[in-house]
Ligand binder design. Structure first.
Ligand SMILES: Nc1nc2c(ncn2[C@@H]2O[C@H](COP(=O)(O)OP(=O)(O)OP(=O)(O)O)[C@@H](O)[C@H]2O)c(=O)[nH]1
Ligand SMILES: [Mg+2]
Length: 404
């Protein structure tokens, strides 16, 4: 499955041996090495996952023909990229474990999912221990701190460059923006964080504390986190999750990556009917399953789906994309009466856009040539003209009118 140009990237991070790769495989069906020991993943895995949106086809009595992703007649699955990286341990920014090189892989991610072992069945170093032996809250704090210390190290490494720029008259936000450009955080946001913290002086004269606070704040706004509280199939996870939800400011979603992987593989083999995010599954033919398989499926239904609603994998990705980033899906069409592109494909595109995106931004996303020639848009539902500066809403269907 291919993803549209410039598709958004969601990162998977966390302590080593907590289920990042299992989550990744469950969401993408890309096979990758998984094992119950620290540091299994070394090179990043990239694949395509999906966010769901109520499809526009049903209200018009047509059937979507998606170029990317799929539609089942009521729900449209819109592709996003997922990146699974090496695990970390405390001190990664100083080179412990596999170090922090992989953090560089995450620079392009708009949001990161922190996967934790909510059952507390792995210790600080990622070694298996009995459930409840370790407090997963510590792991969330550790990951956030390692991220912040990584930004600190980038700033420190570039201090002479920053000094040079500030001396030659460059504002502090511009100097920082340049050295942090790889992080894909806007200059406006850097400026906002500096103002919030009243940090007007040159970074050279910042205290160690000021530098770390700046890094934390910048990440909080520019690279937000969602917590996937994994391993809810282990009973000890339940109490931990309640505590995590009240202690953390990030959303905490109960997850069983293992269960989602089992269900998706069973669905792919035609053994069950199940789509990502469903709250139940249907066995196709009971006689084609072994007793062991039936037992596993039954336990997933009883211990996870009935108790938590879903396996949580899909919900985590959607919380990250829709709730935290506020992204919206817009359906562009070329023929507003047929809802098709010029080749007659119905509702072929579903484009993810940031919260403030306008008709012009949509045009830009489709093609820079279209953006150059765009005159105005048409809101297909009510056939009204909308200006290029009009801010789009979730599930808008839009035709862009271009100059000939
Ligand atoms: N009980 C339970 N175990 C899980 C779940 N998800 C993953 N695991 C197990 O956790 C272990 C580690 O899984 P991985 O996906 O390799 O973990 P990782 O975080 O990618 O680990 P590294 O790449 O080594 O850092 C494996 O034994 C998985 O089977 C889950 O939902 N429940
Ligand atoms: Mg892994």
């Amino acid at each position: 499955m291919v993803v549209q140009r410039g598709g958004m990237l969601v990162g998977l991070v966390g302590k080593t041996n907590v289920g990042k790769t299992t989550f990744f495989s469950a969401a993408t069906l890309v096979e990758a090495e998984r094992e119950n020991r620290p540091f299994v993943t070394i090179n990043p895995n990239e694949g395509i996952g999906y966010v769901r949106v109520r499809s526009a086809c049903r209200e018009f009595g047509v059937k979507c023909q998606p170029k990317y992703g799929w539609c089942n007649g009521h729900t449209r699955y819109v592709p996003i990229k997922l990146l699974d990286v090496a695990g970390l341990v405390k001190g990664a920014h100083r080179g412990r474990g596999l170090g922090n090189k992989f953090l560089d892989d995450l620079r392009r991610a708009s949001v990161n999912i922190i996967v934790i072992d909510a059952a507390g069945s792995t210790d600080e170093e990622g070694n298996p221990v009995p459930p409840s032996s370790h407090d997963p809250l510590e792991d969330v704090r550790m990951v956030k701190e390692e991220f912040a210390l990584w930004v600190v190290s980038i700033v420190k490494r570039s201090m002479s460059k920053i000094r040079g720029k500030v001396i030659s008259g460059s504002p502090v936000d511009a100097a920082l923006y340049e050295i942090l450009s790889g992080l894909d955080i806007s200059r406006g946001l850097i400026k906002e964080v500096l103002m919030d913290l009243s940090l007007e002086k040159s970074p050279e004269s910042w205290s160690e504390e000021e530098l770390i606070v700046f890094s934390r704040e910048l990440l909080k706004k520019g690279k937000p986190f969602v917590v996937a509280a994994n391993k809810i199939d282990i009973p000890e996870a339940e109490d931990n999750i309640k505590r995590l939800s009240t202690s953390l400011e990030e959303p905490v979603i109960p997850v069983s990556a293992e269960a989602e992987l089992i269900l998706r593989k069973a669905a792919r083999s035609g053994l069950i009917r199940y789509e990502p995010g469903d709250s139940d599954f249907e066995i196709v033919d009971e006689s084609s399953l072994t007793r062991a398989q039936l037992r596993v499926l039954d336990s997933i239904r009883e211990r996870i789906l009935k108790r938590y609603g879903t396996t949580g994998v899909q919900k985590t990705i959607e919380t990250a994309v829709f709730d935290v980033l506020g992204m919206k899906v817009v359906f562009p069409v070329e023929n507003e009466s047929k809802l098709s592109d010029k080749d007659g494909n119905l509702l072929p595109d579903a484009i993810l856009l940031p919260p403030s995106a306008t008709v012009r931004d949509l045009a830009e996303k489709i093609h820079t040539e279209i953006a150059k020639k765009a005159l105005y848009g048409i809101d297909v539902r009510n056939k009204r003209r909308i200006s290029l500066d009009h801010v789009l809403k979730q599930r808008d269907i839009v035709k862009i009118v271009v100059a000939r």
